[in-house]
Each structure stands twice: as structure tokens, then as C-alpha cells.
Design a protein around this ligand. Sequence first.
Ligand SMILES: [Zn+2]
Length: 234
Amino acid sequence: MFVGHYSVSLVAKAYAKDAPLGLLFLAVQLLDILFFPFAIVGIEQLKIVPHFTQSTHFELPFMPYTHSLVAALSWAAVSYVAAALWFKRRVTKPHWVATAVAIAVFSHWALDLIVHTPDLPILGDSSTKLGLGLWRSAIATAALELFLTLVGLFLYLRSTRANSPMGKWAMPCFVGLLLIIGVVNIFGPPLGNSVTSLAAVALGSYFGFAAVAVWLERYRIPTRSHGVHTGKGA
Ligand SMILES: [Zn+2]
């Protein structure tokens, strides 16, 4: 799963309006943002295996610190604390924003669970590894990513309004572009033929997409009076 993760950013933004969209874009990919550098230096492992599944060209034999269930929950907890401290005096509901960030971080693992072949350990490098293997079907993977992303876009658009002509079209176009990139990623050739080149493409995408989200967010304003509720009392 690549582009589909951003559906959670868009949904989280719809419910936690004070959470910066760029931050939510980074949060949903945090586990991978940590994984790729770890894989480069050998703390975790990614092996390039062309056509390992219909949708991927790599195997993930060892990733206890970023993609075990307990690690994912731990990174979500750390993110919650960091966000709660950062937003303490910056927004009216810092804990609601922190909750959105933590859910975004953990959602990466939950969505990975659907698509990965059994390579997600529970704790450390446990022998029990989880993964429902949707990646084995490129069509099913693309359909899921498309569905999730469109739901996210719909909820985001419903909870915000454009403050300029740019605001009307920019985000749907950007998400459309993300979907095209997602489909190319699923059906296309390997993005890199070494761990370093794959990591460079992935990390460049994660930070690049987050930067675009920061830029485009200013063209839409949250609708506070109606639409999706603001999370009062949560
Ligand atoms: Zn991942």
C-alpha cells in the first residue's frame, strides 16, 4: 500500500480540523519513513525481488522496529505524546489533534496488514507474521487504494470549502495525480533496482507529497458550523 495510506490523512483532517494536513501526510507514512533509512543501514531488511507479488518487487524479511504490531503501536504512542506537547498551546483541542496523528501513524500498519504477504511480526521478529496478501492481486490492490482514496477525498472536500478557484480544483487534481502514481506503482516496473534507489524514490515521494499538501491546504478552509463534526468532547 502506497497511495491508499493518504486516505487516512484526508479522513483524519475531516475530523480533526486543526491538524495540519502535511503533518497527517507524514504521519500515515511514518513507519516507512523510518523503515527505509533503517533498511539502508541494515537495521531492518528489504530485498529486491522482481515480481515478488503481482504488485511489488521486493521482499521484507526483517522489520521488527517499524512494522511489528507492538512497534507500530509504540510509534503511535510516541507520536501522540509529541503532538500533544507541540499543539498544547497552539490549538484549542491538542489531545484531539494528537489522537488524529496517532491514529494516522497506526493506520499505516492496519492497511499494510491487508496488502502485505505475511511479513508483519507481532513483537520483535516474532515467528508469527501477519499479512492478508492482497498484493498478490494487482487489480484488487489498485481497487482498494482507489476506493479508500476517493472516500478520503470525498470526506475531506465535504468538511472544507474552497476560498478561491484554486481551492476548488487543486486538491482533487492532486489526489487524482496520487492515484495515477499509485496505479503506475502497482502495475509498472520496479521503482528502483537497489534498496538505496527504492528508498530514495519512496522518501522523496513521502516528503514531496507532504509539501504539496502543506501548500494546497491553504486554499481550503474547514467548515466549522456544519458538515463533519469537529470532535467535540473527544
Ligand atoms: Zn509500510
